[in-house]
Write a protein of this length. Structure first.
Length: 155
């Protein structure tokens, strides 16, 4: 093999390795920023990751909103009408946040089963519900119907 061909071969190999490393870094960054949606039933079943951020969505349970003494920390329950998860959030809640409201919270699950939210989003009008929340509520409703005695149509 001539010296010119050797140089070209080394250059091509170096470029392939460089591109491979760049793709590896890009995929790693993408994986770290990926955030999946889970319903309260999936979180209660243990399907949600413990050490990774994810989105939790459902309806705020009536009578569950508790404000802490510092004024900014709020604890409330989120349900999909099958299971319930307690959420803790420190910050200013959206103006549309209220009990019975559909919400999506971004955060992580603590070891005690409490979801610590970094951000809480509330739906913006009466007709809109995030698709993930609507699907989770529909699935929970179907599961609830399946577990009812024959002849009964509502819980």
């Amino acid at each position: 093999m001539r010296a010119t061909r050797k140089k070209r071969l080394y250059l091509v190999l170096l470029m392939v390795v460089g591109i491979g490393v760049a793709v590896g870094f890009a995929l790693n960054a993408f994986n770290q920023n990926l955030m999946f949606f889970y319903s309260p039933s999936e979180v209660a079943a243990g399907k949600a990751p413990a050490a990774h951020a994810f989105r939790l969505g459902g309806l705020v349970t009536e009578g569950s909103v508790q404000r802490q003494a510092n004024g900014l920390t709020v604890r409330f329950d989120v349900t999909d009408n099958a299971k319930t998860v307690t959420v803790e959030y420190t910050g200013i809640l959206p103006d549309l946040f209220r009990e019975g409201q559909g919400i999506v919270a971004h955060g992580q699950l603590r070891s005690d089963g409490v979801f610590v939210a970094d951000e809480v989003l509330a739906k913006h009008d009466e007709n809109y519900m995030p698709p993930e929340v609507a699907k989770a509520l529909e699935e929970a409703h179907e599961e609830g119907k399946a577990s009812m005695p024959p002849g009964k149509t509502t819980p």
